[in-house]
Design a protein. Structure first.
Length: 65
């Protein structure tokens, strides 16, 4: 027993230019984007040299003040 399927004709697909239009729009993949180009890295804050400097009494002000 063989099973045959017939292709249904849809009025929207009867035009000859539809295949050409579809190929023009979807016939090629977009340009490849490298993963390195998808990520932007920058510091969350601007480094402050005064903040990273050691202060002998900072612990006293921070915890007892």
């Amino acid at each position: 027993m063989t099973h045959r399927t017939t292709r249904l004709r849809h009025p929207r697909h009867d035009t000859a230019g539809t295949d050409t239009e579809r190929h023009d729009r979807f016939g090629a993949l977009p340009e490849r984007i490298r993963p390195e180009d998808m990520v932007e890295t920058r510091p969350a804050t601007v480094p402050d040299p005064a903040r990273d400097r050691y202060h002998a009494d900072e612990w006293l002000v921070r915890y007892c003040g």
